[in-house]
Design a protein around this ligand. Structure first.
Ligand SMILES: [Zn+2]
Ligand SMILES: [Zn+2]
Length: 123
């Protein structure tokens, strides 16, 4: 595994680096992730101090619930971060990572809240 990964939104207004170990990718199908991502959210996560913002020129935070804020790019609309106040980790959308990520999608959560146009493979 590489020491760090980099990533960013489509327009480049937000760029970041992830230092240290990254969690495998989890797909979250809850309604908030659906509405903010446009489908479902696929995210890795890192300890908060391991997310280094290289550019935050167009980063905007949206308070999506009492304890969670989500970071997105206010220029290209890229959905980047899920930051729960009560947790020591921050989630980062997998699609914004530069390749190769070296990560695998291993789990789906809030599956019962998914939309009605797709199924989750049983494995
Ligand atoms: Zn952008
Ligand atoms: Zn979710």
């Amino acid at each position: 595994m590489a020491d760090h990964l980099t990533g960013g939104c489509y327009c480049g207004g937000v760029r970041y680096r992830l230092d240290g170990p990254r969690r495998d990718i989890i797909g979250c199908h809850c309604s908030q992730c659906r509405k903010t991502s446009g489908h479902f959210a696929a995210m890795t996560s890192v300890p908060k101090d391991k997310l280094i913002l290289l550019s935050d020129e167009t980063l905007t935070w949206f308070q999506s619930s009492e304890t969670v804020r989500r970071g997105f790019c206010n220029r290209c609309g890229g959905n980047l971060f899920f930051d729960p106040a009560e947790k020591p980790t921050i989630s980062v959308t997998a699609g914004t990572l530069d390749l190769p990520t070296g990560l695998r999608m291993t789990r789906h959560i809030f599956v019962k809240d998914r939309s009605d146009y797709y199924d989750i493979p049983a494995d």
